[in-house]
Design a protein around this ligand. Structure first.
Ligand code: TRH
Length: 388
């Protein structure tokens, strides 16, 4: 299997939000750092990359960061010599000049279309299928990430679990200090919030305000921040003792700056419960081994609900320690309410928070189970090595 020092071109077109570039950037860095590959990341919207990697200068056409060459994908695209491997992220459609240059290469590159993550049962059947190009003597392979053998696996850098396990109470305390937050109170539930605008935020904020469990909500600056502040301002609340903390009854809220991607991992590791969304933060919450709630990326005709159920079916029946049907139903009901399938009410929240200890153990079991399968980058490198 030949994979030493191959060159890789990753093409990423930012549709909306940050997941396309979040996944692409993570893959590019891992190919470089874990497999010493030569990587060019072509991105059409460098400002989005700069959100998660603040060292990026959006005005530069080319720059190097963490050993990855980041190139601004501009139109018209003057094709450089194609790499040994070309990855088309999320079917973003490569520039015609690139496809032509690939077809004219003496050794056409391995061309991979990396798809969005799904737990749906059809994924293993489609993973790895190849499709011939209609005009050029090129084949494109469809690579599907996934949670089970027979899929491409999940992004997981080689030292992630070791880093996660080394994140002890002292590291946690230092992290809270680094973002200007006090240490958690004895019976406080520290929660991170990353969701889409249509989440039932006002409902949950009202529930948390009157909940017997005190919640400290940490919100990285983003599309819901203003909404959270507006909701709180229309309720009887006062700025808390420490700067920037908004309090209302049992609920405290601190808005923090959007974090660089690897520091966001540490927020997920430090919190007791994480609300995540889309694809990349959803996966990172699973590597955090903490209870999480997924706000799935909405799709027309609510087709995303099938994806939500497909994941819940896996997540509530892992091969390892079973969770009771009652706990599984409680989790599903809360996730449904958060994703506008049914409603969230105080009883749903209380039933969920009562299971938090069981869900924390389950999250650790689930994380361990996921580490049994090869990670996405390892599978990509192996696949490419077998093609050359
Ligand atoms: O931003 P998203 O909603 O991206 C979405 C999804 O990827 C979805 O699948 C896709 O179809 C759509 O884009 C086009 O959610 P996601 O996937 O979690 O990506 C967010 C990225 O932002 C992720 O890499 C984590 C990162 N992040 C930080 O780096 N710092 C932060 O403070 C936060 C909150 C997130």
């Amino acid at each position: 299997m030949k994979t030493d020092a191959l060159s890789w071109d990753i093409f990423c077109r930012v549709i909306d939000n940050l997941g396309d570039i979040g996944v692409s950037w993570r893959l590019a860095r891992q190919l470089r750092q874990d497999y010493q590959q030569t990587v060019r990341l072509w991105v059409d919207d460098l400002k989005s990359l700069a959100c998660i990697a603040p060292q990026i200068k959006p005005e530069l056409a080319r720059q190097l960061l963490h050993g990855v060459e980041i190139c601004h994908w501009q139109q018209p695209f003057t094709a450089a010599k194609p790499a040994d491997v070309v990855i088309e992220m999320f079917a973003c459609d490569l520039p015609d000049t690139v496809v032509t240059a690939m077809a004219q290469s003496k050794h056409p590159p391995v061309w991979i279309n990396l798809e969005y993550l799904s737990a749906e049962r059809w994924v293993p059947e489609y993973h790895g299928l190849r499709s011939p190009h209609p005009r050029h003597r090129l084949n494109k392979t469809f690579f599907f990430p996934g949670f089970v053998p027979g899929t491409g696996g999940l992004l997981r850098e080689k030292n992630l679990i070791e880093q996660r396990q080394a994140f002890d109470k002292n590291a946690e305390w230092q992290f809270w200090q680094s973002i200007g937050l006090p240490e958690p109170g004895a019976d406080e539930c520290r929660v991170s919030l990353f969701c889409y605008e249509h989440a039932p935020l006002a409902t949950l904020i009202d529930i948390w305000t009157q909940s017997p469990v005190s919640v400290f909500l940490i919100v990285p600056q983003g599309i819901v921040t203003d909404r959270v502040v507006r909701i709180m301002n229309t309720r009887i609340s006062q700025i808390g003792a420490s700067e920037g903390v908004i309090k209302s009854g049992q609920l405290s809220i601190q808005i923090i700056p959007f974090l660089e991607q690897s520091r966001y991992d540490r927020l997920l590791w430090a919190c007791d419960l994480n609300f995540v969304r889309g694809e990349d933060s959803f996966v990172r919450a699973q590597w955090a081994g903490k209870p999480f709630v997924w706000h799935i990326y909405p799709q027309p005709e609510n087709t995303h609900w099938k994806k939500l159920d497909a994941f819940l079916d896996y997540y509530t029946q892992p091969a390892g320690r079973q969770i009771s049907k009652e706990t599984a139903d409680t989790l599903r009901k809360f996730w449904y309410g958060w994703n506008a399938i049914g409603a969230i009410d105080p009883a749903v929240w209380l039933a969920y928070i009562d299971c938090l200890d069981v869900l924390e153990q389950h999250s650790t079991d689930w994380m361990r189970q996921l580490t049994l399968q090869d990670d996405l980058t390892c599978n990509l490198v192996q696949y490419v090595g077998n093609q050359l």
